[in-house]
Design a protein around this ligand. Structure first.
Ligand code: ZN
Ligand code: FE
Length: 210
């Protein structure tokens, strides 16, 4: 069984603590302190840090967490020169064993050129970094719209009930944009009401569903 704990960091980023059996990992720690605080609260020691891409708001906590727990860093091979101390560079189609689970690595260029998503296919869970958000996609900093579209075709093949854990709380902004182009969509209007309530209660809208 995969356990996911969401940790809000920086302005609107989410880092995650993952557990399966005795395996513990941290994903995209944009900041160390809140993640270490949560790990201590849960009494957990991570042996792995996963990074989806090289942006500071996803890796700035690497150093402190790596040094404190002697954790290895698993990150995109194509961004090896841009993330320090990677112990395992991963690329398209790689499988990573994590506790009782198997992770499939998907390369999803667009936001950055080497961006990867970590797909727990058997658990129907996707860590999408800054490629796929609730009701939106990441900004195209290092890739093309065509590349992003190809990523989305792959996401579209995943089961509808796949839980998406993304890198930021952008749901409400994305939804507002969706409403600006599709103002009469009843499903969108309904979802945005739910999102508004969740955000008014200062709760995360993550995970969302494929
Ligand atoms: Zn980013
Ligand atoms: Fe980001």
């Amino acid at each position: 069984m995969l356990d996911v704990t969401l940790v809000p960091v920086l302005n609107d980023n989410y880092a995650y603590i993952l557990q399966s059996g005795s395996a513990v990992a941290v994903l995209d720690p944009g900041e160390a302190a809140p993640v270490i605080h949560k790990l201590e609260e849960l009494g957990l020691t991570p042996s792995i840090i996963f990074n989806t891409h090289h942006h500071y708001d996803h890796i700035d906590g690497n150093k402190k967490i790596r040094e404190k727990y002697n954790a290895e860093i698993i990150a995109p091979k194509k961004e090896q020169s841009r993330i320090e101390n990677i112990s395992r560079g991963v690329e398209e189609g790689d499988t990573i064993n994590f506790g009782d689970e198997a992770i499939t690595v998907l390369e999803t260029p667009g936001h950055t050129s080497g961006h990867v998503c970590f797909w727990f296919k058997g658990n129907k869970v996707l860590f999408s970094g800054d490629t796929l958000f609730a009701m939106g996609c990441g900004r195209l900093f290092e890739g093309t719209a065509e590349q992003m579209f190809q990523n989305f075709k792959r996401f579209n093949d995943m089961p509808d009930e796949t839980a998406i854990y993304c890198g930021h709380e952008y749901t409400q902004d994305n939804g507002r944009f969706c409403l600006s182009v599709d103002p009469d969509n009843p499903a969108l209007i309904k979802r945005m009401k739910e999102v508004e309530t969740i955000r008014n209660n200062k709760k995360p809208t993550i995970p969302s569903l494929m």
